[in-house]
Design a binder for this molecule. Structure first.
Ligand code: PEP
Ligand code: MG
Length: 325
């Protein structure tokens, strides 16, 4: 920010994605590494060694981006719209089915292999582990126990890893946002996945054009969940970022930062615009922006909130339209 306040801008990234441009566009680290790409479009499950090699090169790249460069590896986010031949099975409602952490907890060998590969790679640079689609406390407790077991196993084999590796969860199910206060006691950070959080809150398929009008990042219900999550993280002294696509929308991403998100992670192409905007605003501006967005209250439409925010931002940054193209 203009006054020295910091909002970190990180890149979303996945195995096989080109690294060219990521540094030049200004990414300071990798805030979301979608590990499922190692499974998608491949005939066979990746072995521990293949995963280790991929994570190792990704962390070396992420830590080279800046002095605070880290690699946040999201554990296998499979299922939903990400189906893998021979692994995922047909479900009537895949988005409400056995996806992500649910899949990992019911396929422990897959989970353990991935955790081993991540921990081994953590000896080569700062890695954070991020579990997707968590909706109950039992899931995170189980995931934490599994991680402890894998750590003990590596210890007994004399294999080095980062003992203080941070563990976080995606907040992308309304149940997790509503219960964020409790979840904060079990993890080191939250990463809010607005792509799914909006879809589940509004019961509107994120990929279905015919209900796209209901897919509203600025719906008052979504804003409440965002506020609750970020406030719970702050009260409990843990970090909170946003890694959904909404973070890259100047109007919306700015709002998440003004609510207190310390990190926004997005496709690297959007970083320069966000960086430019933040460099022209102060902490005081962000507080004022939040007031503008929230003055509307719960009975206002998402479009009205967008219009208010847009008016505020255009007044503050007259060349907004040139910057944000
Ligand atoms: C999200 O849900 O916001 C997210 C970042 O994850 P994905 O888009 O991979 O589901
Ligand atoms: Mg998601």
């Amino acid at each position: 920010l203009k006054d020295g306040g910091i909002v970190d801008l990180f890149a979303n990234f996945h195995p096989g994605a080109p690294t060219e441009g990521v540094r030049e566009l200004g990414a300071r680290g990798i805030g979301l590494y979608r590990s499922e790409y190692l499974w998608l479009n491949h005939e066979l499950e990746p072995t521990e060694e293949e995963q280790f090699q991929a994570y190792k090169s990704a962390v070396e790249f992420a830590t080279s981006l800046s002095e605070c460069g880290t690699l946040t590896i999201r554990t296998l986010d499979i299922g939903g719209d990400k189906t893998v031949r021979g692994i995922t099975i047909h479900e009537a409602n895949p988005f409400l089915g056995n996806r992500s952490i649910r899949y990992l907890l019911s396929n422990r060998d897959v989970f353990r292999t991935q955790l081993r590969a991540i921990l081994r790679a953590s000896a080569f640079g700062k890695i954070c582990i991020l579990h997707p689609m968590v909706s109950t406390i039992e899931e995170i407790k189980e995931a934490n126990l599994e991680l402890e077991k894998v750590k003990r196993q590596l210890d007994s084999e004399g294999i080095p890893f980062d003992r203080s590796i941070l563990v976080g969860i995606m907040i992308e199910v309304p149940a997790a946002a509503l219960n964020a206060e409790a979840f904060a006691k079990y993890v080191d950070f939250f990463s809010i996945g607005t792509n799914d959080l909006i879809q589940y809150t509004m019961a509107a398929d994120r990929g279905n054009e015919s209900v796209a009008n209901l897919y509203q990042p600025l719906n008052p219900a979504v804003l409440k969940l965002m506020r609750m999550t970020i406030a719970a993280a702050k009260r409990n002294g843990i970090l909170v970022g946003v890694c959904g696509e909404s973070a890259a929308d100047p109007i919306v991403g700015l709002l998440w930062a003004s609510m207190g998100a310390h990190l926004l992670s997005m496709s690297a192409t959007y970083i320069p615009v966000m960086a430019k905007l933040f460099s022209r605003l102060t902490r005081e501006d962000l507080a004022d922006y939040l007031k503008t967005a929230e003055a509307a209250g719960g009975d206002v439409t998402a479009d009205e909130t967008y219009a208010r925010c847009h008016a505020w931002l255009s007044a503050r940054i007259p060349d907004l339209d040139q910057i944000a193209i």
